[in-house]
Design a protein. Structure first.
Length: 63
């Protein structure tokens, strides 16, 4: 056998999603804290500007 996979036994499986810092993450439908990020046009965009709208936030890293 070259490799193997062990299913994770994390709080997420138990229904409680935790981050590495021990804080819970919001579930689908939960309200999230307001934050501000720069857009691709280098303009600051605040999440609360889109209150009441359905949005998807994509974050990625290029290394």
């Amino acid at each position: 056998m070259i490799g193997y996979w062990i299913p994770p036994t994390t709080p997420e499986i138990e229904g409680e999603r935790m981050t590495s810092t021990g804080t819970t993450t919001p579930a689908i439908g939960d309200l999230v804290p307001d934050f501000t990020l720069p857009s691709l046009e280098r303009v600051d965009v605040q999440l609360s500007d889109y209150r009441g709208m359905r949005i998807a936030v994509f974050m990625w890293a290029s290394w």
